[in-house]
Design a protein around this ligand. Structure first.
Ligand code: NAD
Length: 306
């Protein structure tokens, strides 16, 4: 980790971000693929990279098939799939990062992994490039300190599924410059998204509220207060939620839910955030939800509950 720069020195180093016309998305899982899609749909040039090059190529093949289906159903204009895919190039580790105006990191929710990535991004990206993280809960200030440009480091927390959900939670690290914040808010607007700005606290705003709900549903299941179906129906029909908490946890990925719960628990130091043991068991068994075909529920190849 780099030492916290003194404000004056750090101002001298600072480079105002340029207009954003090219985006590099790092990590081609469910979030990275969705972010690449909305960026390309907004007319930007996109590179999508992953630790495994094949994962990035597969992600684009999947989003192409989905957009072609939506074209045939009349949900998107003809030619959308070809247009979007034509703007996305794929590659292996950190491919295309050096040329991008904005890098959006969407790798797994691990401080160690993201810290290493931010050190590499700091060395590779253009000095004026903004480095954003799609982290659900980790400190943006902490990730900024892995770089020589903390003023250009910001949180861009997209919601799942990215092409559908309207919100981007923009997170201001302690050293994030106002110009950086404004650039990403303007970009989210260009993506057709609505932004909220939150301070850099564990879980920010959205997951501070959501994760205790999902974790509590898991405790209720474990204590036998109700079946998983009744817990989910309770939230859908009684609270007007589009998905029940266990269904939503499966959609997010149980590994991601557990990581966020652990971060809330550790960083607030409050036992009320302790992760439910049943959740940990599912993750240890590799049952991560829809992305692995089984979590609280079992899913078919199209991600439908079976
Ligand atoms: P995922 O498991 O679907 O995808 C992660 C991808 O990162 C995988 O393709 C993996 O191969 C790749 N990867 C692993 N190590 C890498 C490295 N060193 N360099 C490049 N790529 C690497 O996870 P996801 O659900 O897409 O989550 C990604 C991030 O987005 C996490 O920080 C998560 O907290 C956040 N997020 C997730 C959701 C959600 O609902 N799943 C919502 C908002 C934010």
């Amino acid at each position: 980790m780099l030492p916290l720069p003194a404000t004056a020195g750090h101002r001298r180093m600072s480079t105002e971000p340029n207009a954003i016309e090219s985006v590099a998305v790092v990590g081609a899982g469910q979030m990275g693929a969705g972010i690449a899609q909305v960026a390309a749909r907004a007319g930007l040039q996109v590179v999508l990279s992953d630790q495994a090059e094949s994962q990035a190529a597969q992600a684009v093949a999947k989003l192409k098939a989905r957009l072609e289906r939506q074209e045939s159903e009349g949900k998107v204009p003809p030619g959308t799939a070809a247009d979007v895919v034509g703007k996305i190039r794929t590659g292996g580790p950190l491919f295309g990062v050096a040329d991008a105006d904005l890098v959006i990191e969407a790798a797994p929710e691990s401080l160690e992994l993201k810290s290493a990535l931010f050190r590499s991004l700091s060395a590779l990206a253009k000095p004026s490039a903004i480095l954003a993280s799609n982290t659900s809960s980790l400190s943006i200030t902490r990730l900024g300190r892995e770089t020589t440009r903390p003023q250009l480091v910001v949180g861009m927390h997209f919601m799942n599924p990215v092409p559908v959900m309207k919100l981007v939670e923009v997170v201001r690290g302690a050293l994030t410059a106002e110009a950086t914040l404004k650039s990403v808010v303007a970009l989210a607007d260009r993506f057709g998204k609505q932004s909220i700005v939150s301070q850099d606290r564990p879980g920010f705003l959205v997951n501070r509220i959501l994760i205790p709900l999902l974790n509590e549903a898991c405790f209720a299941l474990e204590e036998g207060v109700g079946t998983k179906e009744d817990i989910d129906a309770g939230a859908r029909l009684g609270l007007g939620h589009p998905l029940g908490p266990l269904e939503l946890a499966d959609l997010i990925g149980l590994d991601t839910v557990l990581s966020i719960a652990e971060i809330l628990h550790r960083d607030f130091g409050d036992p009320k955030y302790r992760p439910c043991a049943g959740l940990r068991n599912l993750v240890q068994a590799g049952l991560l939800g829809r992305k692995t075909g089984r979590g609280f529920y079992v899913y078919d190849q199209n991600g439908k509950k079976s």
